[in-house]
Design a protein around this ligand. Sequence first.
Ligand SMILES: CC(C)(COP(=O)(O)OP(=O)(O)OC[C@H]1O[C@@H](n2cnc3c(N)ncnc32)[C@H](O)[C@@H]1OP(=O)(O)O)[C@@H](O)C(=O)NCCC(=O)NCCS
Length: 179
Amino acid sequence: MRKLPTLETDRLVLRPFLLSDATVVQRLAGDRAVADTTLTIPHAYVDGLAEQWIVGHEGAWTRHEMAVLAVTEPESGLVGAISLRIELAQQRAELGYWIGVPFWGIGYATEAARAMVAFGFQKLGLHRVYAQHFTRNPSSARVMTKIGMRHEGILREHFFRWGQPEDVAVWGLLRHELP
Ligand SMILES: CC(C)(COP(=O)(O)OP(=O)(O)OC[C@H]1O[C@@H](n2cnc3c(N)ncnc32)[C@H](O)[C@@H]1OP(=O)(O)O)[C@@H](O)C(=O)NCCC(=O)NCCS
């Protein structure tokens, strides 16, 4: 597949990011509550960072490293992001996502994650999709449960975030387990 795909679900369209999304990315991902439970979103989310991030998506896809899609809905437009960090040699990818705070709790992460996981298995031919979350992030655990992932274990104090060690839960789904 040459270009990043567009995926449709009942309520959402997952599409490649556009440079014109940068302002909204900066506003939503710039919320400390969103950055807090991720490993990579910086805080403060300074000017220019969103553009830099978006510009990198196409190359990362072309190099088969990463599929990043904007989570959009008809009324509000961009509400979040969803990604697969791909390791083709191992036929696996790591699922990642964030949703802007005003849109939490209405199932968007779950709906987007389901579509992205199906894409990984069906179109990328993956064998395994896995995901990780800080154990202090129970809503992400719910998302992983709802999409049929299996809890595989806890890596104790595996990452540092904000200078503090974080226990990390690892979840996985194998191709033949796809619900
Ligand atoms: C984690 C995140 C993506 C969830 O997005 P979302 O769109 O609100 O997720 P959903 O609505 O699909 O599902 C959330 C579930 O968590 C539940 N939940 C929310 N807060 C919770 C809490 N404190 N304890 C337990 N469950 C909780 C919700 O009730 C819902 O479950 P339900 O459908 O069984 O009721 C969002 O909170 C977020 O972007 N957080 C910051 C970034 C982040 O942590 N990304 C993931 C890194 S692993």
